[in-house]
Design a protein around this ligand. Structure first.
Ligand code: CA
Ligand code: CA
Length: 325
């Protein structure tokens, strides 16, 4: 079965420990024939065997998750539901869920308890939710931080995922660890100097420092919205961008083809967890005030206070010595 492949590869040498598994997301009020489900997340460093673990609601009736070995790998998810119709609605979660034969209405919509016990009957995690926490309107109730308390209302909320829930994947309310974002972009062509100037900001909206990333400027000469041969006109890179910080790139390109084209600026980091916000499009504008406009300096302006010139954040931006009158 698919889930065995997904959860057992390479983890058989680990001891079963209960630390780290949390109740991470609840679909207690589904719509459109979707079954109720509970998402578990292993927040610990080791794989966890959930053999003989149980789940219960406020009735206290415990349902076994699994009577044989089943490992949840570190930083992985497992969804528990009671019907395979779950896979019809969430095909993306196939291989990340198991069936537990709880009653049709396991999670009461007006509020309930969900508790997880290990094979010795020790409580692993529990949640006492109510609709005031979120999770109504056919959307799931998501935990924001696996490390913060499962019993704090502030740590939960309604999923903001476009699909209304995130079974088997990171929660939409959980701050991403690695997420670069293009936050502003303009492109100007100056015929008098036969050059284009691309001016854009990259912001780290994740929580962790991005050690290295690249930026690319693409002029879409043939208007197919793709980076074709010869359309990548400039590249650069940045280092050590802390969470919450921004950095400005000011790149000049001599002899870029004049014309009215769309220009794409893009930031690339191999472990970016949301690449939908990594690029922006600008229209290449013309400026005829040659000689009066000067690109003079790079501005590096982190949002959070830090000493300038600390060395962690100096990208190789092309700079031009200005001749401002
Ligand atoms: Ca999720
Ligand atoms: Ca991103």
């Amino acid at each position: 079965m698919n889930w065995k492949i997904a959860f057992m590869v390479g983890v058989l040498t680990n001891m079963a420990i209960s630390q780290g598994v949390v109740i991470n997301e609840l679909m207690y009020g589904p719509s459109g024939g979707e079954p109720e489900w509970v998402e578990l997340y292993n927040n610990g460093p080791d794989s966890v065997n959930i053999r003989d673990w149980t789940i219960c609601n406020k009735t206290g009736v415990r349902y076994f998750l699994r009577l044989s070995d089943l490992y949840i790998r570190s930083h992985s998810y497992l969804v528990i539901t009671n019907s395979n119709t779950f896979a019809d609605i969430h095909p993306e979660a196939v291989g990340r869920y198991i069936i537990v034969s709880w009653s049709q209405y396991f999670l009461v919509n007006s509020g309930d308890t969900v508790a997880l016990h290990d094979e010795r009957g020790t409580l692993v995690d529990s949640v006492y939710y109510s609709p005031s926490w979120g999770g109504t309107g056919g959307k799931s109730l998501e935990r924001k931080s696996a490390s913060d308390s499962s019993r704090s209302k502030q740590n939960w909320g309604t999923s903001i995922d476009p699909g209304g829930s995130t079974p088997g994947i990171v929660n939409s309310l959980t701050p991403k660890e690695y997420d670069l974002k293009l936050s502003a972009f303009s492109a100007v062509y100056m015929p008098g100097e036969s050059k284009s100037v691309f001016d854009f900001w990259v912001k780290n909206v994740g929580t962790k420092t991005v050690p290295l990333f690249s930026v690319n400027v693409i002029i879409d000469y043939d208007s197919d919205s793709l980076a074709g041969a010869g359309e990548l006109v400039a590249t650069d890179s940045g280092r050590g961008l802390n969470g919450g910080d921004s950095i400005r790139f000011l790149i000049e390109k001599i002899s870029a083809n004049p014309g009215r084209y769309n220009v794409i600026a893009r930031a690339d980091c191999p472990f970016d967890q949301d690449t939908t916000n990594n690029w922006m499009i600008a229209r290449l504008r013309f400026s005829y005030s040659s000689g009066s406009i000067v690109v003079n300096e790079i501005m590096y302006a982190p949002v959070s206070p830090r000493p300038e010139g600390s060395g962690a954040l100096l990208p190789s931006i092309r700079r031009r010595e200005g001749t401002k009158a």
